[in-house]
Design a protein around this ligand. Structure first.
Ligand code: ADP
Ligand code: MG
Length: 709
């Protein structure tokens, strides 16, 4: 049976009626597959007999699993609120007692002279071992201590390692154990093992049926560990296999018109013309990454490259030059930005720099009106546009290209994996250039981005003076405002950033709307102030930004919408109020909005009193450094080395049992195994056998179902 066949309702299991089905479904357990993947939270080891001795050595509570002889009963407390206490001893005669709060009815069961099997938490109190949290079963009359272990293992809940499941209302451990035992007996026994036999052998892993049985009802700790490793490995391996296959597929794909010698690239005329017109020279780092990109563009297989570079390092220009290469070869370029604001700014820039070179440029965003949009789409599919810049609207279903050859994604971390894949799906042989100012943690680089090459711009254009960063406690804003006023009077401009758009009853935080009023009417009454946040329509945002760029507006009050990409070199002040509310990468991006021109720039991080430890640490790092790579590393340190909350939030790590925080080594092993398989096993590409075919179905090269939403 294939694993896919387990997608049947749990009601097909024996003994699971409509009531249990509905309780299970409210816990998210719908199919047999779901219930088999409902792995234990922990286990109770009822396989080894402990006796009472371990609880004698400490004052802590100790879990005890032992047969015990009942030696007596008594009631304590004042009537009528009396409580039953049962005296017992283990095989070596160590005494203990059970305190039966609310369970006086046990007096009829726990009769002196009988031997029970007992599992409970015991604590040494008042020189006596006591438990009030325990489970027990009576062993058959006449059972001796010697016979007890065997008698216990005949009982469902004793004599073994018992799984403890995560529960929700209406579920009990007994129900879960029973349902899962049915699922294992009736369904899991016949499941096909998807991991190739050779890999299973090499890494000492179990077959799927054995692994499932042992994770739920382990025979011993060693087998449980192997089962856990097997199931984790399977998840990680599938994930890595999908990445390896994507990479293999891309690397073995051929761009149309390619020969073994690659392409005849353009003659570089456009690039030379552009560089001649710029008032500056490319930095050495820009030139280096450009060579890497050009080599990819002229190679016969499609580029998959991540371009990392700190804010202001000049990635856009590099991307434009890559587009020129593509144009010279007769291809079209799509350039995607995460916001309309940024798309528009790139388009303005491109018109200024590239239209004079003869490039046909268009802007396509959600805001483009129907009529104009129709024209644009026609021109695009007729090949009359060389470079189209836009938001994710670029990759809507009705957008067709004549010859899409280069896809550029700016601020790629702002997009979901799905969007990125949708877009590379438009043309799987197009060159793909992702750009980011947020360096990618190593762990993530090995998973989701496992198939990308990386280029890094590690140098800023010359003549930039690092932004001066100041921390100010709330209450001292006045000094900050005075400083900003002097900058404004000297002709400079400023951003004020707030964590909220509007005033909230639930929070005492400052918000952009109220502060816009306060800045305009009180603090900076002689200056023009604009307001920008995500709830304004695009036209209003554009107007404000245009007026800010033109210098008609001196101050922008905003939320973090101004975080990405906005480039106004005359702005020299960035004031972030409640700075402790922003993450390090947001703070860094925001600060990157200033220090983009010839004037010395300043960032003021205004913090409130109730700083947390990590809040303090973040502000310190911001004060210390303006190096985005350093900041990203420190950020990871604060969050813990393996913390991938960013990745988890974006939902592209669909692991059920594997955990990248703790299973990094296993991830690396799975990665090696997957890439070995893709490289060496030709059978994977022309599948001969059923297991291989299954693997292909599970991990098609462009499938995203393994990567999640
Ligand atoms: P990024 O996208 O990497 O944050 P941008 O591409 O927006 O950075 O570039 C920031 C600014 O630096 C732009 O105004 C750009 O024109 C300018 N710039 C780019 N390269 C250079 C260079 N080599 N020398 C001087 N200025 C440059
Ligand atoms: Mg940029």
């Amino acid at each position: 049976m294939f694993q896919a066949e387990l997608k049947q309702p749990v009601s097909r299991l024996q003994g699971i009626g409509p009531k249990t089905t509905s309780v299970l479904s409210s816990a998210g357990i719908i199919t047999i597959d779901d219930i088999l993947k409902h792995y234990p939270r922990t286990y109770e080891d009822r396989s080894r007999i402990t006796g009472f001795a371990p609880a004698l050595k400490t004052n802590e509570a100790v879990l005890i699993n032992t047969p015990a002889l009942i030696t007596g009963q008594e009631f304590f407390g004042r009537p009528p609120k009396q409580t039953l206490k049962v005296m017992l001893e283990d095989a070596s005669g160590i005494p203990a007692s059970l305190v039966c709060f609310g369970r006086n009815f046990l007096a009829d069961k726990l009769i002196p002279g009988r031997i029970i099997i007992l599992y409970g938490s015991f604590q040494n109190r008042f020189n006596e071992l006591q438990s009030s949290a325990f489970e027990f079963e009576l062993l058959p009359p006449e059972t001796t201590f010697d016979e007890a272990p065997e008698a216990a293992s005949a009982l469902p809940d004793f004599g073994r390692i018992l799984p403890v499941y995560p529960l929700t209302a209406g579920l009990s451990q007994k129900m879960m154990r029973k349902a899962i035992a049915h699922a294992l007996d009736e369904w899991a026994v016949n499941i096909e093992t998807e991991l190739p036999e050779s890999i299973r052998r090499r890494y000492g892993l179990m077959t799927k049926p054995v692994a499932l049985r042992q994770i739920h009802f382990p025979d011993n700790e060693t087998d449980r560990e192997t089962a856990e490793k097997t199931l984790k490995f399977e998840e990680l391996f599938h994930f890595q296999l999908a990445a390896a296959r994507r990479s293999y597929k891309r690397k073995s794909a051929r761009k149309p018109g390619a020969t073994a010698a690659g392409f005849s690239t353009g003659n570089g005329r456009l690039e030379a013309e552009l560089l001649g017109k710029l008032g500056f020279k490319l930095t050495a780092a820009q030139m280096r990454v450009l060579e890497e990109i050009k080599a990819d563009i002229s190679s016969e297989s499609p580029m998959s490259r991540m371009l990392q570079g700190d804010v202001g390092s000049g990635k856009t220009l590099v991307a434009f030059i890559a587009a020129l290469q593509t144009v010279e070869r007769g291809g079209q370029t799509a350039f995607m930005a995460p916001t309309e604001l940024l798309a528009r700014q790139h388009a303005d820039n491109a018109s200024k720099l590239l239209t004079p070179l003869g490039l046909r440029i268009a802007l396509l965003t959600g805001g483009v009106k129907a009529e104009q949009r129709r024209h644009l789409l026609e021109a695009l599919s007729a090949g009359e546009i060389d470079l189209v810049i836009g938001t994710h609207a670029l990759f809507g279903e009705n957008v067709a290209f004549k010859q899409l050859s280069l896809i550029i994604i700016d601020e790629q971390h702002r997009f979901g994996v799905m969007q990125r894949l949708a877009l590379s799906g438009k043309n799987s042989t197009a060159d793909l250039l992702l750009m980011t100012a947020t360096p990618i943690p190593r762990t993530l680089a090995m998973t989701v981005f496992g198939d990308l090459d990386v280029s890094t711009i590690d140098e800023l254009p010359p003549g930039r003076t690092p932004v001066e960063t100041h921390l100010a406690a709330i209450g001292n804003e006045r000094k900050v405002y005075d400083f900003v006023r002097r900058e404004l009077s000297a002709g400079r401009q400023a951003y004020f950033v707030y964590p909220l758009i509007s005033r909230s009853d639930k929070s005492s935080l400052k918000d952009a709307e109220s502060m816009f009023e306060a800045l305009r009417t009180r603090h900076f009454s002689g200056f023009t102030v604009g307001l920008i946040h995500s709830r304004l329509d695009e036209k209003t945002k554009k107007d404000i930004m245009d007026r800010f760029r033109a210098g008609d507006i001196q101050i922008i009050a905003a939320t973090s919408v101004v975080e990405v990409g906005v480039d106004v070199p005359n702005a020299t002040c960035m004031i972030i109020e409640h700075a402790e509310r922003f993450g390090l990468s947001a703070l860094h991006q925001l600060r990157g909005r200033v220090g983009r021109g010839e004037h010395q720039s300043y960032a003021f991080l205004v913090y409130s009193e109730d700083l947390t430890e990590t809040g303090t640490a973040r502000l310190k790092i911001m004060k210390q450094s303006t190096d985005g790579f350093y900041i990203a590393e420190e950020d990871l340190k604060i969050r813990g080395p393996g913390d991938l909350s960013g990745a988890a939030q974006s939902g592209f790590l669909p692991f059920n049992i594997a955990n990248l925080n703790t299973d990094f080594e296993l991830l690396k092993t799975a990665r090696t195994a997957a890439s070995d398989l893709v490289k060496t096993d030709a059978g994977l590409l022309q599948p001969e056998n059923s297991a291989m075919r299954r693997l292909l179905e599970i991990c098609p090269p462009f499938s995203d179902d393994l990567i999640g939403g």
